[in-house]
Design a protein around this ligand. Sequence first.
Ligand code: SF4
Length: 452
Amino acid sequence: MGLFGIYGAPDASRIIYYGLHALQHRGQDTAGIVTFNSDGEAFNVSGRGRVNEVFTESNLSKMEGILGIGNVAYDGMLHPSVHCQPLFFRHMSGDYAIASDGCLVNASLIRDWLEDRGSLFQGESDAELLAHLIKKEKPGPRIFTIVDALNMMEGGYTFLILTKNRIYACRDKFGIKPLCLGRLGNAYVISSESCSFELIGAKFIRDIEPGELITIDHHGIRTRRYSQFQRHKLCAMEYIYYSRPDSDIDGCNVHSYRKESGRRLYQEAPADADIVIGVPDSSLSAAMGYAEASGIPYEMGLIKSKYVGRTFIEPSAAMRENGVKMKLSALPSIVRYKRVVLVDDSLVRGTTCTNIVKMLREAGASEVHVRIASPMTKFPCYYGVNNSTHSELLCNDKSLRQVCIALGADSVGFLSPESAIASCRGRKELCLGCFTGEYPTMIYKNEYEDID
Ligand code: SF4
């Protein structure tokens, strides 16, 4: 999911529109924007579809105000928290809206606690939980109730909270989810990824720190730590797959990370081959790194259609398979009679990779050596990144040889967890939960049926 907010710009809704457009890769199923005008009147537009399907010249032109927040999301999350955010709430102390990225791991405990105290919920979103927690407390400075609420929440999350005159932005204390701050003229912007700043002409200021809560209003920016506990366990998949290559997260550029991971992948899993190709788009940087380190020529052996979405967000296995065929095709004139190193960013269910190996063989490749620029994905994610269960993960119960056979490849190799961290220069820790089974937070097992 992608979050974007702005304070202090006329026509805030249009800037949010472009900000969300740059974050479209983080979710293509729903989009929404909420703004407030100077009279405290709220404007709320959200719906199913991509940003350019939900918003039109007509509905954007009616959204007044210099401050607002927006969200893009996909449906396929383990913990369902998508209800066309931002969620908008009316309350006697003032209307407000909340947008969230990620998942709480103690959501059901908090929900039970709130229901015991009379709360009624419309959905299962973490944003709705936060809204109830904030309003459960006695009237007082809102910041204290937000701090108390955040301290009850455990998981990988970022939230944007919008009131009629203020934006609050926070990042989980483990730093699992990314969030950054920028400047656009006199306005401040907040985004899940820095790539959106480039599009709107904003300047990157800094990442929001783990456990940090910032307030933006007519006084400017104020910051506080809502938790003294702080880790830097950014989701490794943000670097490996999820984020755009032109984003910088926690001081490391995503493309540079992927290229370095490709170089390290060659050191750890060399292959004797004629060409290196990458799976577009997220594996191209790692393939370049692999080619550079190995001296094997980098080639464009696969073409991606621009008009089909990411396959892991499709709801059924059958649709995913069709999705692979619709979005990728092999170039016979490039791969025919060649020993090919196929670099992919990660191996989750294996559907896409298996189909690509088959496609390359049909296009005439004499050998296909699969190299994955991340460790084996053996465990589910509880922070909202992928929605695969244990049994759906190809590597869950297989040896390297069994994975190779399942993919139909001539050989297969993975990046080590150590190199997944070391690819981000100077970094000592990342969340590698889905690779190693060691999660940064507690996992409340009663929430999930599939932990076996
Ligand atoms: S478990 Fe995996 S996908 Fe989930 S936050 Fe950690 S590294 Fe990212």
